[in-house]
Design a protein around this ligand. Structure first.
Ligand SMILES: [Zn+2]
Length: 369
């Protein structure tokens, strides 16, 4: 439907974003043309000429307005402008006034506020508060001091922070930082007969044992397994649990694994995974089970594939002996830390078991005689 010039003028005066892209208006005294919603001060009606689009205005020698940029994003959908506004606000390191954001996306403050709320469900001010709260949380989790995190999050003084922090974090910054520090993981790497071995612990116990060739790869694997948790290298001299765990894992092949049961564990996984892993812990040293057997033992005989996935998802190499699960045809199938390592481990366990049995028999002999 074609608008009359009178209707167009009304749209300009209302800075009606719905008319953007449908026509432009040019000002003969300045030589500039604008989109209907341009936030600039309105010219006198008598100096205004209307054109169906930017091209027609340019043909008549008018230049596009630098504020509303009528040639650039002609008919930019409102949602696109709101997205742009969100980007502007998140790129700014301090809160932006409503008028500045509205102007940046060529909407009147009034329309911008209304459209923003319609699209995001939040007012621009509430959106920026949520953004600062998120930055504050991230800063504190990353180990910044409370002061630094508050400033970096865009709180320009401490008084609004103290008013808003309990709402944003559910607690004060200091409490949050202490809590997230307690939730951090600490890790260390040591040498075992199977290569490099990373052990990580939480407050509750050992939560990861990973095998590999290079320490950096192990650290990357750990961060991938616990993406939401801060993983910090430990000082072994101050960390008896990690020290003990690494020492025992290094001796695993000469001493068996009975002592591993004494290490406190923090086993993290789904209910099903936990069920499978608990079952693996019951497989004696030197023996193997098939995926089918494990599935049957946990009462889910049809869940063979799910059992295999749970084995592959094991984060506690050696401690939860997923290497003792093999295919029913005797093939080793996969191992998260390499089939060669699995083969070496099983061969070692078998020979160690035979040696121990021989020793027991020879000890028994004199008694029998
Ligand atoms: Zn303009």
């Amino acid at each position: 439907m074609q608008l009359s010039d009178e209707q167009r003028w009304q749209a300009v005066q209302a800075r009606d974003t719905r008319q953007d892209g449908k026509f432009v208006f040019a000002v003969i005294t300045t030589g500039i043309f604008c989109r209907p919603s341009c936030p600039a001060r309105h010219p006198l009606r008598e100096n205004v000429r209307f054109f169906p689009d930017a091209g027609a205005a340019q043909e008549q020698g008018f230049r596009p307005c630098k504020r509303c940029q009528p040639t650039k994003h002609d008919a930019t959908p409102v949602v696109e402008r709101i997205r742009l506004a969100c980007r502007k606000m998140s790129e700014s390191d301090k809160p932006l006034p409503l008028a500045a954001v509205a102007q940046a996306v060529s909407l009147s403050p009034y329309h911008f506020h209304r459209q923003f709320k319609a699209v995001t469900g939040l007012t621009p001010a509430a959106w920026q508060r949520a953004l600062r709260a998120q930055r504050l949380r991230e800063g504190l989790v990353a180990g910044k001091t409370v002061t630094q995190a508050v400033l970096d999050a865009g709180f320009n003084s401490f008084s609004p922070y103290y008013r808003q922090a309990p709402e944003a974090l559910g607690m004060t910054g200091k409490q949050f930082r202490q809590k997230s520090a307690r939730q951090s993981l600490y890790w260390a790497v040591g040498e075992t007969p199977l290569g490099r071995c990373l052990v990580a612990r939480s407050e509750l116990g050992i939560c990861a044992v990973l095998l590999g060739e290079r320490d950096t790869e192990l650290a990357i694997e750990l961060h991938g397994l616990f993406p939401a948790t801060q993983c910090l290298p430990a000082d072994l001299a101050q960390d008896p649990l990690l020290y003990q765990a690494l020492e025992r894992l290094a001796e695993l092949q000469t001493k068996g694994d009975a002592f591993l049961a004494q290490l406190p564990l923090d086993i993290r996984g789904t209910v099903f995974q936990q069920q499978v892993w608990q079952q693996l812990l019951r497989i004696p040293y030197g023996e193997t089970r098939t995926y089918q057997q494990v599935a049957a033992e946990i009462g889910r005989p049809a869940a063979v594939r799910a059992v295999a996935s749970a084995c592959a998802a094991n984060k506690l190499a050696l401690i939860i002996p997923c290497h003792r699960v093999v295919r029913h045809d005797g093939l080793l199938a996969g191992y998260r830390w390499g089939v060669a390592r699995k083969a070496a481990l099983l061969a070692q366990e078998r020979s160690h078991k035979q040696n121990t049995q021989l020793e027991e028999e020879s000890v028994d002999e004199p008694v029998r005689r």
